[in-house]
Design a protein around this ligand. Structure first.
Ligand code: HEC
Ligand code: HEC
Ligand code: HEC
Ligand code: HEC
Length: 500
């Protein structure tokens, strides 16, 4: 073979692929640079598709949260809940969480938010929007925090129209992670073990989630508007002054004599735990070892040579090779079995707690009916309040059975103990009124339990459908006219609820 032929062959076999590789590296570099570059995004831009133009990978993976679309009716699975929450919205409708893309839909469609007929009608306050949408920081900036937290939920139906999105967690100028809800900063500073100003980058990968996955209550706050008019705000507040544990928050609520509602049956002054995901996570082995929420729920993934964070926030068990198996040597099957077993242990304890708490409420109702006095009932009702708070604290953040199994089971144990303390006291009272052998009514299905508490379920659904077909449609139209609505956010969403 001639030298020139050899040279040509060499160039075909070696040089051209090298050249192509060069191009591909350059392309990857360009794409990686685009990821790192700082785009022009308007302040408080709540339409995620606008951010997505600059960050297609993050945006596309974010849109995948639409795939987590199943409705699981938890009241059907655990009918005792209807009794536990009698007189409170959760007894009407309560589903397991699904993807972030549904946050707004689910809030609007829930029977809990009722059927307002105009911007001033109830039942919920504006605060109920707070962990559902990037339109919230936009409104808070526009109106001021106290004004935002004043009035009924329906007041902002035509303003809060985009589900959880980029502007909830990112700064528009630097793309850095940022906390857009000041009540988290105040909560951290009051608790003291991690001041917001000292948070590291790794901690920010948790704190952006803690804005919403945390325990809160609506603090009544009186203020005066610029016209001198006195107003009442319901401000989302984290009860962390005494610490993050169930007992520390219980003491906080007791000190300020706070109750979310008066129980319809037992008349106990109740607390509704929201979802203390952050508080419980940091007590667990992964929290203690410095992992962040994003390590498991938003892992780095590779596409060609590009590395980015998956924004498909979901169960890590659906993506084990990029999460658990990055750090652990086990195989998927073994690991799923371990997590499954942790869930069963929690469920066993939680079901026991729900059953004894529901019986305590019904026994208390019977005692009232027979003429028991407030003085006789006081200590039993205090035990019910504390027992139910502790049970709710342990299970309301749905991942706590895995994030912090020991703490979850410990608090569930103390919940059962408190509830049984209440029942011993109530049995003594019942005996005094000749009803020591009282048998509570059957609450073994959602229908039976709703009948026990006299919930007008069909009426609630009828009113809700009127609202969804009426005022709700006006809100969408008005938001479109204002240019706030992002059509991409609801593309392919199918209407799913537990009651239809
Ligand atoms: C602005 C509030 C908000 C922020 C910030 C937020 N979440 Fe959520 N998250 C929610 C709400 C609300 C839901 C329930 C949505 C539904 O069921 O419609 C949810 C649901 C979830 C789910 C269940 C998803 C599924 O498919 O079942 C997971 C997991 C989750 N969030 C983790 C996180 C993590 C991790 C972060 C931080 C990276 C985070 N969230 C940040 C409000 C928020
Ligand atoms: C719930 C909070 C949250 C939301 C909502 C969110 N991000 Fe992120 N984002 C994160 C976290 C956490 C990281 C990881 C940051 C890190 O490790 O440096 C991240 C990283 C990024 C990065 C840096 C590169 C990368 O992939 O690691 C970009 C760009 C980005 N997000 C864009 C977006 C866009 C666009 C949206 C809206 C479609 C969005 N994010 C929505 C929390 C969020
Ligand atoms: C070490 C990995 C890991 C870390 C870190 C982690 N989680 Fe989880 N999380 C899980 C697993 C595993 C589950 C259970 C998933 C399942 O049952 O499918 C879960 C469940 C959840 C759920 C319930 C999802 C559902 O649909 O029921 C939420 C919400 C959640 N985590 C939020 C968070 C938040 C917020 C943080 C940080 C404070 C966090 N997680 C940190 C692994 C992790
Ligand atoms: C970033 C690394 C990392 C990731 C990702 C991770 N882990 Fe871990 N995991 C750890 C560390 C560190 C420990 C503590 C090990 C020790 O102290 O021996 C641990 C401990 C554990 C333990 C033993 C403690 C216990 O509670 O029983 C289990 C089980 C476990 N991890 C399961 C998982 C599962 C399931 C996932 C995925 C959802 C996961 N881990 C994701 C780092 C990780």
């Amino acid at each position: 073979m001639k030298k020139s032929t050899i040279l040509i062959i060499v160039s075909v076999v070696v040089i051209i692929p090298l050249f192509l590789l060069g191009i591909s590296i350059n392309e990857n570099l360009a794409a990686q640079e685009a990821i790192n570059a700082v785009p022009q995004i308007a302040k408080f831009e709540s339409r995620s598709s606008e951010w997505g133009k600059n960050f297609p990978r993050e945006y596309d993976s974010y849109l995948q949260t639409k795939k987590s679309d199943q409705i699981t009716d938890v009241l059907k699975k655990d009918p005792a809940l209807v009794v536990l929450w009698a007189g409170y919205g959760f007894s009407k409708d309560y589903n397991a969480p699904r993807g972030h893309a549904y946050a707004l839909e689910d809030n609007i469609n829930s029977l809990r938010t009722g059927a307002p007929v105009d911007g001033n009608s109830g039942p919920m306050p504006t605060a109920c929007w707070t962990c559902k949408s990037p339109d919230v920081p936009r409104l808070i900036d526009q109106k001021g925090e106290l004004d935002y937290f004043t009035g009924k939920w329906a007041r902002f139906g035509n303003e809060i129209v985009n589900p959880i999105g980029c502007a909830d967690c990112h700064d528009n100028q630097t793309m850095k992670l940022t906390v857009t809800r000041d009540y988290l900063k105040r909560g951290l500073d009051a608790e003291g073990s991690l001041k917001y100003a000292d948070a590291s980058h790794q901690e920010m990968r948790t704190l952006v989630c803690a804005q919403c996955h945390a325990e809160y209550y609506f603090k009544k706050t009186e203020w005066t508007d610029p016209n001198g008019e006195k107003k009442n705000a319901a401000v989302v507040t984290f009860p962390w002054d005494n610490g993050f544990s169930a007992e520390a928050m219980e003491a906080y609520y007791d000190q300020i004599d706070f109750a979310d509602w008066t129980h319809q049956l037992s008349k106990a002054q109740m607390l509704k735990a929201q979802h203390p995901g952050y508080e419980t996570f940091i007590t667990g082995i992964h929290g203690q070892n410095g992992l962040a929420c994003a390590d498991c729920h938003m892992p780095y993934v590779r596409e060609g040579g590009i590395k980015y964070s998956s924004h498909n926030v979901r169960s890590p068990l659906e993506n084990m090779e990029n999460t658990c198996l990055n750090c652990h040597g086990k195989n998927e099957k073994e690991f799923k079995a371990i997590v499954e077993r942790k869930l069963e242990r929690k469920n066993e304890m939680s079901r026991t707690a729900m059953s004894v708490l529901a019986q305590a409420h019904l026994e208390a109702a019977k005692a009232w009916e027979l003429g028991a006095t407030a003085e006789e009932m006081e200590l039993a009702l205090q035990d019910i309040r504390h027992g139910q708070w502790r049970w709710d604290f342990s299970i309301a953040a749905h991942g706590s059975f895995f994030h912090a199994p020991e703490e979850t089971l410990r608090v569930l144990g103390s919940a059962i103990n408190k509830a049984q303390d209440a029942r011993i006291k109530l049995r003594l009272i019942l005996a005094k009124y000749n009803a020591g052998d009282y048998v509570v009514p059957d609450f073994s299905s959602k229908e039976k339990a709703q009948a026990v508490i006299g919930l007008p379920y069909d009426k609630l659904i009828e009113e809700k459908m009127q609202f969804l077909n009426g005022l709700r449609q006006d809100w969408v139209k008005q938001a479109k006219d204002k240019g706030l609505f992002d059509p991409k956010s609801t593309e392919e969403l199918v209407f799913k609820v537990s009651y239809q």
